[in-house]
Each structure stands twice: as C-alpha cells, then as structure tokens.
Design a binder for this molecule. Structure first.
Ligand code: NAD
Length: 506
C-alpha cells in the first residue's frame, strides 16, 4: 500500500515509492507527470489499475487476506484510533469504540462470513430458446475505486466502504478528510502497513488535492460528505462517465405524536442529537410536534440531558467537542434562531456547545435552513400529523425520517406518506446498526446504498452472461432474415412472457 502525501510532502511520497521498490511505471508515471506539470496522481492511479488488471484482487484468498488484515489493524490499533479521534474532536472513548471500531469490525466479520457465497455466479431463469444454455450473473469488481471521506466519523466512513470495495475485488485509493487531521495521519501512516501496497493507496489533502484526484479516471467513486461537494464530485465523475455513490447530509425530521412514551422519546432524541456532539449525518435534526407536546417534552429533554451528562455537560467525559473553529462559529450562530429553552452555553476555547433545545423557531430561520450538525435541537410546532407530513414533504428528501408514537398506525402513515433514505419508528440512528439493512440517501441526501451485502453489490458490476449451445439451429434460425409473419409467430410463442394470472378464453 502506498501513501501519497499532498503538495509539500510529495517528495517524501515519491521516496516512499522508491523505498518500497514500487514498479517503475508507478514512479515514472508520477515523476513524469509532475515534471511536465501534469496531474500529480496520474502515476498512482495507473499503478493501481495495473495491479487490478494483473488480477491481484480477483481471488477470494486475496480478498479474505486483505479483510483479515483490516480486522487486525482495528484490533492492534484500538488505542491509537481512540487517541486520534479524541484529539480531533474529543470523541468519548465509548462512542469512538462503538462507531469507529466495533461497527467496522462487525462489517469485516459479516463479509468474511458470507463472501464466498456472494461471489458465486448467480444462475437465472431461462426461456425455451435458451434451455440448453447457461445464463448467469457474474459479480465483477469495477477496477480502481476512489473513496473520499468526511471528518465526523473519519475512520468508519472510509473503512466501511473499503470493506465493500475489497470484498468485491477492487483496488482502492482512499482520501480521508484533512479536517480530522490526527485520524488522517493515522490512516496515512499506519493503515498502509497492513494492506497490499500494490492494490491500496492513501492520498492526503483537502479540496485542491481532491479536485486534482478527481481529474483522473476511476472506475467507481464512493463519496461521503456534504451535498455541496457531492455535486462537485458528481460533475467530475460525469466527465469520465464514472458510476458513483454519494452519501450526503441533510435535515432529518422527527415527528413526536401526542401519544408517546414521553421520557423514552426524550432519552432517544437526546442520545441521537448528542452522540458525537450532534456531528452525525443520521442525527435527529429537528422536532415537529404540537404545542402541548412541546410543553411536555421540554422537561423530559432537560432530564435526559442531566441524566446523561450531569448538571454541567461541559464537565462530562461523555460529550464530544466541535471539530473546528469554523464549525464552532457556524453552530454558535444557529443559537440565534428562535429562543433557547435548554442549554445554549458555549466555550470558544474548547469548541464546546452545550446540548441545546430551541423553541419558537421559524422555518425560515438559519437553524431550519441548514443541516445543524451540532448538539442543537430546534422544535417546530405543527397542528397535527398531516401538517408534519406536509412540512417534511415541502423540503429536500432527508437521510432519515423519524416518528415517535405509541400508535403503530401513525408510524405507518408517516412511513407511507414521506420519502427518505431510511426510516426510524420510535428511535433515531439505530437502523444503521444492522448490516442487513441498506444505508443510503435519496435526492439531496444521496445516491446509492451500502453496508453488508449492499456494499458488495455496490462495488460489483453485475455482468450478464449467456453461454450458448451451438445446437438447436432450426429454432435460432427463426430470428434470421428474411423475416416472415410465420417466424414472428414462432418467436413470440418461444419467448413471450405472459402476464401471470391472466386467462385467455378460446
Ligand atoms: P465535505 O463535503 O466538506 O468534505 C468531504 C470530503 O470532500 C473531504 O474529504 C474533503 O477533503 C473533500 N472536499 C471538500 N471540499 C471539496 C472540494 N471543493 N472539491 C473536492 N473535494 C472537496 O463534508 P464534511 O464537512 O467533511 O462532512 C460533513 C458532511 O458530510 C455533512 O453534510 C454530513 O451530513 C455529511 N455526511 C454524510 C454521511 C452519510 O453517510 N450520508 C456521513 C457523514 C457525513
């Protein structure tokens, strides 16, 4: 595995190529392109393509060995991982272990348990003309995949796609977020020592480097980040007709009905909103409820916050910090929307924003116009569930819609009449814990699916294969010119798919 450092560290990276006896064409490609003022990543991408074309990732043994190596990285480097995410955003060890290590380990183990059966050709139904033939779907790797990650779950959101890309047999170039710089360093310096350097590489850097990377032709791009950058990535992919997955963000609404288990609802909302200090794409972004429910919910939310984080959440070891000064300023400005009912304290030095609930928020105010991505929960009052559904449907389609109610019919009503990437009845975020459920957005919240088998399918081209028998030429001749009415009748009778259940009266 190769680590390609951006800009100032380019020479160092070039030396790393040499030190590791990387095949000459890699080095030459990179050096030549740099000298000629060309794209600096040309050589790296082409060396990964060489490895893929040489079939290095084709065998199940190679895929398993790389997945096991990834598992070892997670096991061996648990403490450095916890330290890196603590340094980036003071992510509490419990949250870090769960989100950055355990969930990735589960994904690795799930894939290892199922990979050989997923890789098998899938034989399909045939018609009369193809009875003697073999028809199947082969799951083939795309080739060279680019994975671009965000900073909020900086390891999880590059490693879970990586598991799927390896399972499907691709070579991969990973671009972690430059904002979570401690994790970026760990990924660049330690992960490469575990994986096959011919097939995997890490490139570090920000928008400029990512833009240069995207000028290259990849066979698949997997991007997680904001809708704004998602559009840039999609435009770059379009230039090469490269297929892609976009895992984006948005505002996830939570409708809380008048009949619900109040304290449990408050606990689950506060947990979802405050996990990683609210810097979670699936977090409940705002609450829709009646005025009466708002009055009941506020003391329950206050109690949940105190139970979880004590009287002063700033002193709690279980509450993270905001990733950067820029994000801190953006989130702090949102406190001006509506009225602060709970929390509202900030500490710029620590990039601390207290768990906060806003009330009397207008839909036109900033807190309701942008993804909050911090520990602030606005409440917007609505008259009833129909108004809540209309409110949700008047906005961009979110990554998740949540509904909290003890009325099961109401859960299904909201489910049927709204659209979102995922859906949660009586909880938030927990749908992503199951490897059996797909994870992904729709519309403004993204494009495509992953996790478990869905990742394997995402990173595999489904190649339609028909291996024909040379016999039965008389039947085949029906499709050859000269065309006649009689031939058409026979073609229809051998290949037509009839509507099941339909009955023809003679
Ligand atoms: P971002 O879009 O700013 O950055 C994501 C990646 O794109 C980074 O690696 C960054 O270096 C790169 N990048 C930034 N600007 C670029 C540009 N102009 N050209 C090319 N590349 C560029 O996102 P972020 O701030 O790191 O993450 C927060 C966003 O990600 C939120 O919107 C959140 O909802 C979303 N997100 C979505 C999911 C999901 O699974 N759907 C998960 C986590 C985060």
């Amino acid at each position: 595995m190769i680590v390609c450092r951006s800009k100032t560290r380019l020479t160092e990276a070039t030396n790393a190529f040499k030190d590791n006896s990387v095949p000459q064409n890699r080095d030459t490609g990179k050096m030549d392109s740099k000298a000629a003022g060309m794209n600096p990543y040309v050589g790296l991408v082409s060396s990964l393509r060489d490895a893929w074309l040489a079939g290095k990732m084709r065998t199940v043994e190679q895929r398993v060995s790389q997945l096991e190596a990834l598992g070892r990285f997670l096991d061996d480097k648990k403490q450095p991982i916890l330290d890196a995410v603590a340094s980036d955003m003071r992510k509490p060890p419990f949250e870090a272990e769960l989100s950055e290590i355990i969930l990735v380990r589960n994904e690795v183990n799930h894939v290892l348990n199922n990979l050989s059966s997923w890789m098998k050709d899938e034989f399909v139904d045939k018609n009369l003309v193809t009875q003697l033939d073999t028809a199947f779907i082969r799951k083939e790797p795309y080739g060279v995949v680019l994975i671009i990650g965000p900073w909020n779950y900086p390891l999880h959101l590059i490693l879970i796609p990586l598991v799927g890309a390896i399972a499907a047999g691709n070579c991969v170039l990973i671009k972690p977020s430059e904002i979570s710089s401690s994790t970026e360093t760990l990924v660049a310096e330690v992960l490469p020592t575990y994986l096959d350097r011919d097939c995997f590489a890490v490139v570090t850097g920000g928008p400029e480097e990512t833009s240069q990377l995207l000028e290259n032709k990849f066979d698949y791009i997997f991007f997680t980040g904001s809708p704004r950058v998602g559009k840039i990535v999609m435009a770059a992919a379009a230039k090469h007709l490269t297929p892609l997955t976009l895992e984006l963000g948005g505002k996830n609404p939570c409708y809380v009905a008048d009949e619900c288990d109040l304290q449990n609802v408050a606990n689950r909302l506060v947990w979802g909103r405050c996990f990683n200090a609210g810097q979670t794409c699936l977090a409940p972004d705002y609450v829709l409820c009646s005025m009466e429910m708002q009055e009941k919910l506020l003391p329950a939310l206050r109690r949940a916050i105190t139970d979880f984080f004590g009287p002063n959440p700033q002193e709690s070891p279980d509450f993270a910090r905001i990733i950067s000064d820029r994000e801190f300023q953006r989130i702090r400005a949102l406190l001006g929307s509506g009225r602060v009912a709970i929390g509202g304290q900030t500490d710029e030095r620590e990039r601390y924003v207290a768990p906060t609930v806003l009330v009397d928020v207008q839909p036109s105010e900033p807190a309701m116009q942008e993804e909050i991505f911090g520990p602030i929960l606005p409440i917007v009052t609505v008259g009833n569930v129909d108004e809540a559904i209309a409110f949700i449907n008047s906005r961009e389609r979110p990554l998740a819609v949540y509904v909290f109610t003890s009325n099961n019919k109401l859960v299904h009503r909201v489910l049927e009449r709204t659209s979102s990437g995922g859906f949660g009845g009586n909880d938030a975020m927990m749908q992503m814990m199951l490897v059996s459920l797909p994870f992904g957005g729709i519309g403004n919240s993204g494009l495509g699916l992953y996790h478990g088998k869905f990742s394997f399918d995402t990173f595999s081209h489904h190649r339609a294969c028909l291996l024909r028998n040379m016999g039965l030429e008389a039947m085949n001749a029906l499709r050859y010119p000269p065309y006649t009415e009689r031939k058409m009748g026979l073609v229809l009778s051998t290949s037509r798919i009839k509507r099941s259940g339909s009955c023809t009266l003679l």
